[in-house]
Design a protein around this ligand. Sequence first.
Ligand code: NAD
Length: 360
Amino acid sequence: MIKYDEFGPEKILSVYNPKSGMKGFVVIDNTKLGPGKGGIRMTPDVTEVEVSRLARAMTWKCALADLPFGGAKSGIVANSKELSPEKKEEIVKHFSEALKVVCPELYVAAPDINIAEKEMEWFSKANGNNKSCTGKPASMGGLPHELGSTGFGVFHATKVAAEHAKIELKNASVAIEGFGNVGWFAAKFLSEEGAKLVAVSDSKGVIFNEQGIDFNELDKIKKETGSVVNYKPGEQADNILDVKADILITAAIPDLIKGEDVDKLSFKLIVAGSNIPMTAETEELCHKKGILVVPDFVANAGGVISSYVEYIEGNEKDMFKMVEEKITKNTKQVLEDAKSKDIPPRESAMEIAKERIRGK
Ligand code: NAD
């Protein structure tokens, strides 16, 4: 069931086109700060309830990032793998045309599962307004994912949090879970800053070297062999959570850290680059144990900040500048507020996001 409260959802629009069979919906959760921002998810079993939860997560993320965007999300019910490119294009175009009543004034779309650059190009053209979505190809003013905005933001969140926790980032030992878009860029910027990568994982396993892993060599090995585990010298570890390091960056799967894991963790700081690497309850256990956790929607907002820069037609340089400024400022505010109240940073972050919306 969809939950309604003082924040929303403000509008739920169901759309259908009998010609193409396009069936979808958009949930506009809250537009106090600006048009609702959120991706389009194309899966055969996407529901309004799922989309409404994701729309709410975007409301908090955009408010905390301090962007003039609200929260929204949309879904198209279709099996992307079974669609020919022509059929997919027709469906996306019909979806975009049906959303003209809300888009871009109340909803600005973006990619999500099974929706990428090409689909955003179709969406934008069918809508007739370049501001109707972000995630467009570079030829249309898009700022590609490959620039690494999220990993760059995770790096800055780590920099602020390390200083806050009195960890000297230069020479601090760092473990990174995941070596995809987020983990790769976080690893690159952290090692350039002088931090020591002691463990990195991917879907094949964990590579560990107490003396430090060379980022460029690791990148080469990953490209040549398909996995970080083939890096030498190093040993394979069973679980990244068993690694001894000052800092853990999560950048892969949800629910990585369970409540029962907290006791054994050696990290002083965990920066959540991935979404939901642990529950709020587990974050609270970390707080009680003295592990500082920078929550996901604080640390990984670089992507949505980059979307905003695309929306206002900025370039790559503007994007890196805004990601650094906003992530630095917001992370500082959250950590200082949490410290002064002795509460987990997530609680502070939620309060700050709510105050920004209520204050409008
Ligand atoms: P990606 O697909 O580029 O990379 C994922 C990485 O995780 C790969 O290296 C893969 O090998 C690794 N992986 C998969 N299973 C693993 C496992 N069990 N243990 C360790 N590593 C494993 O994905 P991404 O874009 O880097 O996203 C990573 C996380 O960050 C996701 O939770 C995503 O939702 C979140 N996130 C991404 C962005 C973004 O802009 N890319 C923004 C916000 C949040």
